[in-house]
Design a binder for this molecule. Structure first.
Ligand code: GTP
Ligand code: MG
Length: 194
């Protein structure tokens, strides 16, 4: 999709604050600092529209981005950030769970993992949980500019094995917001699901 118009419509912490116009939604989940906001910026062709940071824990609310009046991207706070207090972590968990399990407009989830590392326990739990709720999942292995393309197959099988990836039910794509690698494929997946 060629994106010209995007605005951040809403920062929500609970269901009462979600947009009410019924557009399809695609959510982005993943560990803190994995690159969710950067992926959003790449897809919408903006540099720092979704605020990114080398400090984990930047995104703290559900942020709804209206893209071309066709869909919302929902940038979700990252999980697994140790410095966030236990109480805050519980609040984030509740906020994400409420959104994922109750949102009729949710068409799919782009779940980001770091291409370089074995998925964390939290990544595995997130994958299993989304899978349990029958939500279409695209696993995006990001920061792939940090590994050589000749090793993509090896890295992909490691990631899939750790996640318990279901080839029939989920999809997988390498991505980089530095080089834009995989951008068209991610868009294609999103367009096929909205
Ligand atoms: P939270 O909002 O804290 O959950 O983080 P986030 O997942 O939104 O991560 P964000 O997009 O803010 O990126 C975190 C850091 O990783 C920033 O310093 C980015 O520049 C860097 N980064 C993100 N994507 C890539 C990528 O594809 N390649 C490389 N090399 N760096 C990346
Ligand atoms: Mg973010």
């Amino acid at each position: 999709m060629d994106v010209h118009n995007v605005d951040m419509v809403m920062s929500a912490v609970s269901a009462a604050q979600y947009p009410t116009d019924g557009k399809p939604e695609i959510a982005l989940v993943g560990r803190s600092n994995v690159g969710k906001s950067s992926l959003t910026n790449t897809l919408i062709q903006r540099k720092n529209f979704a605020r990114t940071s080398s400090q984990p824990g930047k995104t703290q609310t559900l942020n709804f981005y209206n893209v071309e009046d066709k869909l919302y991207f929902v940038d979700v706070p990252g999980y697994g950030y140790a410095k966030v207090s236990k109480k805050q972590r519980e609040e984030f968990g509740h906020m994400i769970e409420e959104y994922i399990t109750s949102r009729k407009q949710l068409r799919g989830v782009v779940s980001l993992v770091d291409a370089r590392h074995e998925p964390s326990d939290d990544d595995v739990s997130m994958y299993e949980w989304l899978h349990y709720y029958n939500i279409p999942i695209l696993i995006v292995a990001t920061k792939s500019d940090k590994i050589s393309k000749s090793k993509f197959n090896k890295y992909a099988s490691n990631i899939k094995q750790t996640l318990g990836f279901d080839e029939d039910e989920s999809d997988f794509q390498f991505f980089s917001s530095e080089t834009k690698y995989g951008k068209d494929q991610v868009w294609k997946w999103i367009e096929a699901h909205i």
